[in-house]
Design a protein around this ligand. Structure first.
Ligand SMILES: *[C@@H]1O[C@H](CO)[C@@H](O)[C@H](O)[C@H]1NC(C)=O
Ligand SMILES: *[C@@H]1O[C@H](CO)[C@@H](O)[C@H](O)[C@H]1NC(C)=O
Ligand SMILES: [Cu+2]
Ligand SMILES: [Zn+2]
Length: 179
């Protein structure tokens, strides 16, 4: 009786999804200091742990760019630098979105095409738009380089994915969920 319960409690808290009682939507407008700007939407339907992430970021250098939720939405004090580190409420190491051990904010990479456009359309069930893992009011950062997903072997691979400078960022704002 007790053993399965204890096993369940020992699971990393990031494993199970977090459903919201109401449909919740948010958006982020991303802007420089570096190249890349655009808008990304987050949608989580009533009772679901899936967050749909969609949008377009243009003006990027072609290729992969680290894409994370950072802990603070503060782009006022010092631009993207004041958004803090990756949103990591469970004190884990950096990883890929599909890893069992990851930061809540680890959304991996977006990829810009030859024109510099990154079309974003994926889902994640570790971030949430409500409750203990909410990303509302926090920051999104797009990096100049690729996120190595913790596997690059650099000094900062296990904290930031060695993704380099913060090229664009914005604040995740709640929007009208009926629209
Ligand atoms: C987070 O984990 C590291 C080791 O991975 C540990 O040194 C540190 O004390 C932990 N911080 C908190 C707040 O638990
Ligand atoms: C990061 O940004 C700083 C300041 O803008 C710049 O001096 C540096 O060359 C950049 N690093 C890379 C790897 O682009
Ligand atoms: Cu980041
Ligand atoms: Zn991370």
């Amino acid at each position: 009786m007790l053993a399965p319960l204890l096993a369940l409690l020992a699971l990393p808290a990031t494993l199970a999804g977090y459903a919201c009682p109401d449909t919740t939507k948010a958006m982020v407008n991303l802007k420089g200091p570096g190249s890349g700007s655009g808008t990304v939407y987050f949608t989580q339907h009533e009772g679901s742990d899936q967050v749909k992430i969609s949008g377009l970021i243009s003006g990027l250098t072609p290729g992969k760019h680290g894409f994370h939720v950072h802990v603070f939405g503060d782009i006022f004090t010092d631009g993207c630098a004041s958004t803090g580190g990756h949103y990591n409420p469970f004190n884990r190491t950096h990883g890929a979105p599909t890893d069992r051990i990851r930061h809540v904010g680890d959304l991996g990479n977006i990829e810009a095409d030859a024109k510099g456009d990154a079309h974003i359309d994926f889902t994640d069930c570790v971030i949430s738009l409500c409750g203990r893992r909410t990303i509302l009011g926090r920051g999104v950062v797009v990096h100049a380089g690729a996120d190595d997903l913790g596997r690059g072997g650099f000094e900062d691979s296990k904290t930031t994915g060695h993704a380099g400078n913060r090229t664009a960022c914005g604040i995740i704002a709640a929007i009208d969920p009926t629209k």
